[in-house]
Design a protein around this ligand. Structure first.
Ligand code: ADP
Length: 255
C-alpha cells in the first residue's frame, strides 16, 4: 500500500534546495503538513522575492498541500526550539523529522583550520542534536516519532578534503545509534540515509553524465519509507538514483 502521512506533521531542515526540497514536496504530496526549514535568504538580494523555503512552500500549496516556511538556523538552539514550538502551536505536534540541513567547507587537511572544522560540525552534528532534542520530549509524550538523518558515505568511508564533513556525518551515525535505542520503547524510530544525488553539494564532485541520472527526487521514496509507520529503526541506508540498499541494520533488544 502506498505510504501516506495524513495527520502527521513533518519538519524538513535544509529544505530550500536539493534533497530537502524534494523530501518536503514528497511528504506533503502524501498528506503531511510540512515545516519547510532553510536559513537561506532570497538569492537575488532584492528583498522582494521569496526565500528558498518560501518558494518551496508556494510549490507545495499550489499542489494542494499544507506547509509553512521557517528560517531557523539549525546551529542555533533557540531558533530550533522556536521552530518546533511554532509547528506544535499551529498543528499540534511534530511527528516526523528529516534532518538534512548542511554545508561544505572542503579543504585538504593541511589547509583546514579549526574554524572550518568547527563550523561544519556545528551545522551537521550539533544542529542535528538540537533538532532531535527539540522534538524528542513531544515524541516521547505522544509515543510516536520518526526521525531520519541525512548522512553520507563520507562519514562511513571518508572522502578527500572532507575531514570536517566526514567526522560530522560519522558523528550523526553515532547519534542515530543511541537515539534509535533510547527511542525504541516510546515508538520513536531513528535511521540514517546516505544519499547520492545531484545537488549543489555534489555538482563539483561528480561528472555531468552521473549527475543527470541522480535527481534528488530519486532519494525521496527511501526517506518516505524511513519516516513511515512501518519504518525500521537503527538502519544505515545507502540510496542512489533508482535504487537503495541497506548498508547495515542493527537490531538489538531495547534497553
Ligand atoms: P543537499 O541537497 O545535498 O543537502 P544543498 O546545499 O542543496 O545540499 O541543500 C542544503 C540546504 O541546507 C541549503 O538550502 C542550505 O541553505 C541549508 N542550510 C545550510 N546550513 C543551514 C543551517 N544552519 N540552518 C538551516 N538550513 C541550512
Amino acid at each position: 500500500m502506498a505510504i501516506r502521512f495524513d495527520g502527521r506533521v513533518a519538519i524538513v531542515t535544509g529544505a530550500g534546495n536539493g534533497l530537502g526540497r524534494a523530501h518536503a514536496l514528497g511528504l506533503a504530496s502524501r498528506g503531511a503538513k510540512v515545516v519547510v526549514n532553510d536559513f537561506g535568504g532570497a538569492r537575488d538580494g532584492t528583498g522582494g522575492s521569496l526565500t528558498p523555503a518560501e518558494a518551496v512552500v508556494e510549490e507545495i500549496r499550489k499542489a494542494g498541500g499544507t506547509a509553512m516556511a521557517d528560517g531557523a538556523d539549525v546551529s542555533k538552539f533557540g531558533q530550533v526550539t522556536a521552530m518546533v514550538e511554532r509547528a506544535t502551536r499551529e498543528w499540534g505536534s511534530v511527528d516526523l523529522l528529516c534532518a538534512n540541513a548542511g554545508i561544505l567547507r572542503d579543504k585538504s587537511f593541511g589547509k583546514m583550520d579549526v574554524a572550518d572544522f568547527a563550523k561544519v560540525l556545528d551545522v551537521h552534528l550539533v544542529g542535528t542534536f538540537y533538532c532531535c532534542k527539540a522534538v524528542w520530549e513531544g515524541m516521547r509524550e505522544r509515543n510516536y516519532g520518526r526521525i531520519v538523518l541525512t548522512t553520507s558515505s563520507s562519514g562511513l568511508f571518508g572522502n578527500f578534503g572532507q575531514a570536517n564533513y566526514g567526522a560530522a556525518k560519522a558523528g550523526m551515525v553515532g547519534l542515530m545509534n543511541v537515539l534509535a535505542e533510547e527511542g525504541r520503547k516510546n515508538n520513536i524510530r531513528v535511521n540514517t540515509i546516505s544519499p547520492t544525488a545531484a545537488t549543489r553539494m555534489t555538482e563539483e564532485l561528480l561528472p555531468p553524465q552521473a549527475l543527470a541520472l541522480m535527481k534528488p527526487e530519486a532519494i525521496t521514496p527511501a526517506v518516505e519509507y524511513l519516516l513511515s509507520e512501518d519504518a525500521p529503526t537503527r538502519t544505515i541506508m545507502g540510496a542512489g538514483a533508482g535504487s537503495f540498499a541497506v548498508i547495515k541494520i542493527i537490531e538489538t533488544e531495547g534497553i
